[in-house]
Design a protein around this ligand. Sequence first.
Ligand code: TA6
Length: 277
Amino acid sequence: AVTICEYQGIKIVRINHAQAEAGISLHGGHLIWFKPQGEEDVIWLSEKAEFDTEKAIRGGIPVCWPWFGKAATPSHGFARNSEWNLLEHRENDNGVIVALTLCDSEATRKIWPHKFSNVLTFEIGTSLKVSLASTNTDDTAWHYSGALHTYFSVANIRETHITQMGSEYADSTQADQICQGGEQLSFDGEVDRVYTQPEPTVMIHDSNSRQIAVTNGGHNTAVIWNPWQALSQSMGDMADNSFETMVCVESTIHNNQSITLAPGETHTLTTEVSVKR
Ligand code: TA6
């Protein structure tokens, strides 16, 4: 069943299906949980997340658009702080499809002076696919960057490792210095890296004997982030040690490789998540 209901004071689309459960907030077009039946939570949501329509929700899948990071204000763009509209929901034996839209308005044009139409589609079943299709509805070209900034739930970050993210990365903790990493990334401190040549599927090897496959499309980089202790303690919407159970693996269009869309053109950024035992 698909129901539209209130959750923590915000409006969400709640999915209860034989294949999976999920929740999608209209504020931000933000998926806040996804759990295939019989599996543990795949997506991490901060226990101190604030469901305030002025702020982005900590955890889930923030939609960073039309820029990534601090290239302009607000950080990571305005899409994650905007109210999206429900376009449709459909159900079949394999799962549920939910589509949301966000188009330019007076408020968005004050922040970013372009006309656009975004359609954000969630395909929820034994796996999860999120597609963000951005169309230029203006009469001049514009460019954008962004990310599907997914927070994954892991049993213990110290026993988690990642593979297939490629070796070259720009290190955001070292003024974007270009570095070469090994085949495997494990964690013993803050990680904030822009991997420039990721394989199509990045693998998260979670210590609780599951693997999460993250298959991205329409992206040009994969950002991997864990704030570690000091940074997470400085964030009001993260519990002190909650960095231990999360890692972000993001399908990213990086700022310095933004996508240009001519009038009428569409580009789609995707991420697909599936769990293997
Ligand atoms: O994707 C990594 C990153 O850009 C980090 O640098 C870190 O700031 C994180 O995203 C979270 O950003 P936020 O604006 O949600 O606090």
